[in-house]
Ligand binder design. Structure first.
Ligand code: GDP
Ligand code: MG
Length: 355
């Protein structure tokens, strides 16, 4: 928008009460319209305040009213602290299994999938959070193809969305059960990734946003942790595993620079806990170890805060967008191509999805 001092003399400057901030919805526009002015080849020159910037407030109000869905899946073998970590992330018992909530997918394999939904609200914004737990993943002696039920679940959610989208009587707002993010828990062995970790991430990174994390990092020393992180990064690279945020989807240089920094610190080495301790007169979430209390939210102690900021405070919307624009779009294009339209097909686990 033009600076006021660039306005021609016959154009009224915005009135001091004209809405400039996002709070001024629907107020007077405060500008004379001058026919024939303001159109030149490249961009239009506005002669005064119109109120385009209030679109942000309009969008905010709509989103606040509608609320939004966020679906997070947690994968990794039993006892790695998955349930504890998501509860710590959302500061509530979001992964507790309570009857009457969510759905349960009984799958005649080793992995059953449990989805639990909670509505959480902060600052007037409602989020329907669904935690999809995958108990039993990787717990068997033979874990061959144990990611099949998980990929089947992910594809089923895409299929559900697609069916709703092509429906003649389409819902105004399609319920979104698609998995926006899959937190993959790596065991803090200090050695290397297991074959199962590699296979899972290789297969699933094509259909969902994978965020690898190193579980229970309080069980490693600082040196062990750094060395392990380095090794895991190298192995992911060697195996061509693209985790979120994927290089190729960076929007611009600013995005790339920000994401490069994040990628350099991944996988985040996290600690989860539901116990509070008194540290320097403050109550903090932590875990007691032989060396003292490891504070969950202290960035000098572990990378929980980094993960939380990344997942919720900076990239939540992007996770949803990449899911919709890339993963779902790939599924949709393949389905429509393969079937010459939308004949009914049973969703099966077909890997690799052609990308
Ligand atoms: P899940 O099976 O992966 O869901 O694991 P749980 O969240 O049920 O945790 C299993 C056990 O590990 C519990 O006794 C937790 O208290 C403990 N635990 C959870 N997170 C951590 C952590 O970050 N560090 C350590 N040392 N223990 C943890
Ligand atoms: Mg659990």
């Amino acid at each position: 928008m033009n600076e006021q001092n660039e306005l021609p003399p016959h154009v009224a400057a915005p009135s001091p009460t004209a809405p400039h901030g996002p709070s001024g919805l629907g107020g007077g526009v405060g500008v004379d319209r001058v026919p024939g002015l303001g159109h030149s080849g490249g961009g239009s020159t506005l002669l005064g305040y119109i109120g385009i910037d209030t679109i942000i407030e309009q969008m905010r109000k709509k989103t606040m009213k509608a609320g939004f869905d966020f679906n997070i899946m947690i994968v990794g073998h039993s006892g790695l602290g998955k349930s504890t970590l998501v509860n710590t992330l959302f500061k509530s018992q979001v992964s507790r299994w309570s009857s009457g909530w969510g759905s349960e997918h009984k799958i005649p394999k080793t992995v059953e999938i449990k989805a639990v939904s909670h509505v959480i609200e902060e600052g007037g914004v409602k989020m329907k959070l669904t935690v999809i737990d995958t108990p039993g993943f990787g717990d068997q002696i033979n874990n061959e193809n144990c990611w099949d039920p998980i990929s089947k679940y992910i594809n089923e959610q895409y299929e559900k969305f697609l069916k709703e989208e092509v429906n003649i009587a389409r819902k105004k707002r399609i319920p979104d059960t698609r998995v926006h993010c899959c937190l993959y828990f790596i065991s803090p062995t200090g050695h290397s990734l297991r074959q199962l970790d590699i296979e899972f991430m290789k297969h699933l990174s094509r259909v969902v946003n994978i965020i690898p994390v190193i579980a229970k990092s309080d069980t490693m020393t600082l040196d062990e942790k750094n060395e392990f992180k380095h090794r895991v990064r190298k192995e992911l690279e060697t195996h061509g595993i693209e985790y979120y945020p994927q290089n190729e989807f960076d929007d611009d240089m600013e995005d790339k620079n920000e994401n490069d920094k994040i990628r350099e610190t991944m996988p985040f080495a996290v600690v989860g806990s539901d116990k509070e301790f008194q540290v320097n007169g403050k109550r903090v979430l932590g875990r007691k170890t032989a060396w003292g209390v490891v504070e969950v939210e202290n960035p000098n102690h572990c990378e929980f805060a980094l993960l939380r900021d990344f997942l919720i405070r900076s990239h939540l919307q992007d996770l949803k967008e990449v899911t919709h624009n890339i993963h779902y779009e790939t599924y949709r294009a393949r389905r429509l191509n393969d079937n010459g339209g939308l004949s009914d097909v049973k969703v099966t686990c077909q890997f690799p999805l052609t990308l």
